[in-house]
Design a protein around this ligand. Structure first.
Ligand code: FE2
Ligand code: FE2
Length: 178
């Protein structure tokens, strides 16, 4: 099917989204490192799949732009891993990442609307829908971590986890494996 070329303004806008998705990949690899440090292999694996997913999102945008004859480019954003101590902080970081990404995608879609680009509007809509699913996933883990009482434990302190807490962490991590 013939697809009209995309405008330069939309291309620049979409390229900023490629950077965001690539940045998200770094963020989830950082969270993978966090779980690796505390031997929580279920979440380590889950974070790797999130990182892969972000890379996939960047590829989707690249393919979309390629399909619309865009002179796209890929730029990297600066990223410094934040200090993360509790699982609650990790989940906050994860949720904020997804929520901010959703807002960014909505901005892309608003531009598509402004310039009457229905094809782009639909493309961003698909990505926004996926965002909602990702946000739901984080909320699910928030609920489970709260129920198991492991949200605010300082894992960086040696011996901070007693037997019951350790068991709760293992239970949560096993759920992430399935
Ligand atoms: Fe993404
Ligand atoms: Fe995501």
């Amino acid at each position: 099917m013939f697809k009209p070329s995309i405008s330069d303004r939309e291309t620049v806008d979409a390229c900023s989204q490629i950077s965001i998705e690539r940045n998200n990949e770094s963020k989830y690899l950082t969270l993978e490192a966090y779980f690796s440090k505390y031997n929580l292999d279920g979440f380590k694996k889950l974070m790797r799949s999130q990182a892969d997913g972000e890379n996939g999102h960047a590829h989707l945008i690249i393919d979309f732009l390629d399909d619309r004859n865009a002179n796209y480019y890929v730029e990297t954003l600066a990223f410094k891993a934040p200090p993360l101590v509790t699982i609650g902080e990790v989940l906050d970081f994860w949720l904020t990442t997804e929520q901010n990404t959703t807002l960014e995608l909505i901005a892309r879609q608003t531009l598509a609307n402004e310039v009457d680009d229905m094809i782009a509007w639909e493309f961003w809509q698909t990505m926004i829908k996926e965002q909602r699913e990702e946000e739901k996933m984080v909320m699910y883990w928030y609920t489970r971590a709260t129920e198991l009482g492991v949200l605010d434990i300082d894992l960086s302190v040696e011996g901070a986890t007693d037997y019951t807490t350790r068991l709760a962490l293992i239970t949560l991590d096993n759920e992430a494996k399935s």
